[in-house]
Structure formats: C-alpha cells, structure tokens
Design a protein around this ligand. Structure first.
Ligand SMILES: Cc1cc2nc3c(=O)[nH]c(=O)nc-3n(C[C@H](O)[C@H](O)[C@H](O)COP(=O)(O)OP(=O)(O)OC[C@H]3O[C@@H](n4cnc5c(N)ncnc54)[C@H](O)[C@@H]3O)c2cc1C
Length: 319
C-alpha cells in the first residue's frame, strides 16, 4: 500500500474530474489531497466520496493566483516533511507546468501523461504514449521518493462504485518563497466551455469548414451534446478557429469518450492528439481519407448536410 498525495485544481465549485479519476484508481492506498487555496463544500464532498483521506488546503501570501515558483515552493515545503511515496496530478495545462518543476526540486523521477497505471505493493507501473501515440511505453520509477505522476484527463474514467475516504479538511500555512517570474494575466481561451483536454465529447472541424462562421454548426451540435469544439491546425492556421482549439501534435492532446471529426483528413499530426479517444466518428467527403482508418464510425458525405441532420437527431434523442 502506497502513501499518495493527489494535487487538485478547482473549476468553480468543483474539483477537476481528472482528480476524481485518479482517486478512484488509487482505491486501497492511503490517499491525501492538496490544493492551493480553499475548497467548496461540494468539492470536499466529491473528494471524500472518491476516497480522499486528509484534504489539505494550502494557504499563504502570494498564492492567490498561479505562479510556477510560488506553487512549487509551497508544495515542496508541504511535501518535504511528509512521507508520501507518490504525488499525482491530472495532466492539465497548470500541472504540465508545475509538476516537472516540483519533481526537479526533489531530484525525483516523474512519469508524465500516463493513461493507465497499477501498483505491485507500493511500486508504480504506468503506461504512457510515446512518439505521438504510435507506441505505448511501460514506465517504472526508481530512485528517491516521492515520485511524481501526471495522468491524462479522461483516460482512466470514473469508477462506478467509488470507495469513500474520511475527507478530513485541514488548512496548512505554506510559504510561496521568492517569486521572480510573475504571471500578469491569464487570457481565457475562445470557448467558455470545458477545456478540450478535459472534455468528454469533442466536435472538431477542419479545413473543410471554409470559414469561421461555418463553425456555428459545430457549436450547435456541441451545445446539444454538451461537447467542446476543437479544430485541426489547417482550420486554425486559416483563421477559422482559435489556437486554443487546436487538437494535435502542436495543439492539445485529448482523450474524450467521443470525438467527432468533421472535414478533417486525419493527418498523422492530428491523429497524434486524438487517437486515444474512446469512440471516433469521422464525416468526410473522401472515402479514402486517412481518418477513416482510425474511425469507429464513418460517414462519407458533405459535413454541411450531415452535421445539421445529426444535430436534429441528437436533439430528439437527448431532449
Ligand atoms: C510539425 C507539424 C505539426 C503539426 N501539428 C498539427 C496539429 O497539432 N494538429 C493538426 O490538426 N495538424 C497539424 N499539422 C498539420 C497536418 O499535417 C495537416 O496539414 C492538418 O491536420 C490538416 O488539417 P485538415 O485535416 O483540416 O485539412 P485537410 O488535410 O486539407 O483535410 C480536409 C478534409 O476535409 C474533407 N472535406 C472537404 N470538404 C468537405 C465537406 N464539405 N464535408 C466533409 N469533408 C470535407 C477533405 O476530403 C479532406 O479530407 C502539423 C504539421 C506539421 C508539419
């Protein structure tokens, strides 16, 4: 049985769902949670439901907004006198920045963006995609503990019957230490919806969308499905969509339950960002488009005809 700390981030009143996925997978281990700042009652209840033992809210000066050094110093100070074997976090934008820095301060091993893991006793074995998802590496961590792990959102899924933990809340005073690089402003992405990396359903558009206005039909479908809208690089480079919507090797890596690719050819660089989606649907006029080799369901046809029909059908089914 391992002693584990899970670092969590909040989104409004809730914790990010990847935290709950990680907690679910860690059932049977001693698991604490830490966050910077306070947690709502809803977030606390969710963490307890999914197995959190102690829930530590770290507080201190200069921690009201994210800074890589401040958060890293605060967490280092908190973790240093504890006996955690592992520190986990979801592979979010913030954690991708924070966790390697934090692992570095401990001179510790790190497995980033694992899509699955298991323990033998308290030894971690993880699986992570390499070379744009073309192969899966088995990762073990050696050397002094704690070891650090980030987990790709939506990869593990939520457990059907989570094992509850005590969920004991504690406020912990920490120091942000010296901060030399200050983040002045965080500009929100184009979509107010769930970030692509955490979305359970994604509707993406490619070059075939032809212009920004035409993305409206994808947003309409996304609204019905509770999905987030993504884009290929061709669509982004052509100015049809914001860069924050780009999926792929030089965009975001996503792992939704459902990925609907509309007018996207399926170039290797695009597949690199979405090939671990559970179900892939492709709509394309070209029956030989490479995306169909990865799609679970393919529709050969004009997206401008197909998408509105699907939206209507989804509406009937879901309302
Ligand atoms: C270093 C590098 C990094 C890259 N990173 C990324 C990345 O992160 N993400 C990414 O996406 N790309 C990336 N690319 C670009 C990638 O190689 C492709 O050029 C890009 O993915 C193509 O986008 P697309 O599929 O939208 O466009 P296209 O390849 O032009 O495909 C458009 C598709 O739409 C279909 N179509 C046309 N009209 C319709 C219609 N009316 N209805 C339905 N289907 C229609 C066509 O048959 C075609 O298959 C990268 C490239 C390089 C070199």
């Amino acid at each position: 049985m391992a002693n584990v700390l899970v670092f969590t981030e909040t989104q409004g009143e809730h914790v990010k769902s990847v935290t709950l996925e990680i907690l679910g997978k860690l059932a049977g281990h001693n698991v604490d949670v830490a966050c910077v700042g306070s947690l709502s009652d809803i977030a606390t209840a969710d963490l307890a439901k999914y197995g959190a033992g102690n829930i530590h809210s770290l507080t201190g000066d200069k921690l009201d907004k994210y800074s890589p050094e401040g958060y890293s110093n605060a967490l280092h100070g908190f973790i240093a006198d504890k006996s955690y074997d592992y520190v986990f976090a979801g592979s979010t934008s913030l954690a991708k920045d924070l966790m390697p820095r934090l692992a570095g301060t401990f001179n510790a091993g790190m497995a980033s963006e694992v899509i699955n893991f298991a323990f033998e006793g308290d030894n971690f074995h993880g699986t992570r995609p390499l070379f744009a998802g073309k192969c899966l590496a088995k990762v073990e961590l050696v050397g002094p503990k704690p070891h650090f792990v980030t987990v790709r959102p939506n990869a593990l899924g939520l457990p059907k019957s989570p094992t509850a933990g005590a969920g004991t809340k504690a406020l912990v005073a920490v120091s942000a230490g010296e901060i030399t690089a200050v983040i002045q402003e965080i500009i929100k992405g184009a979509s107010e919806k769930l970030d692509l990396t955490e979305a359970n359903i994604i509707v993406s558009g490619g070059r075939a969308m032809k212009n920004e206005d035409n993305f409206k039909i994808l947003h309409e479908m996304a609204d019905v499905l509770g999905a987030t809208v993504g884009a290929s690089r061709a669509a982004v480079d052509s100015g049809y969509a914001a860069h924050s919507m780009q999926v792929g090797q030089t965009g975001k890596t996503v792992s939704p339950t459902l990925y609907i690719a509309c007018g996207i050819s399926g170039a290797i660089q695009h597949l690199a960002g979405m090939r671990t989606s559970k179900v892939i649907v492709a709509i394309n006029t070209d029956p030989d488009a490479p995306i169909f080799t990865k799609a679970d369901y393919g529709i050969v046809g004009d997206l401008f005809q197909i998408v509105p029909i699907l939206t209507q059908e989804f509406k009937k089914l879901l309302n």
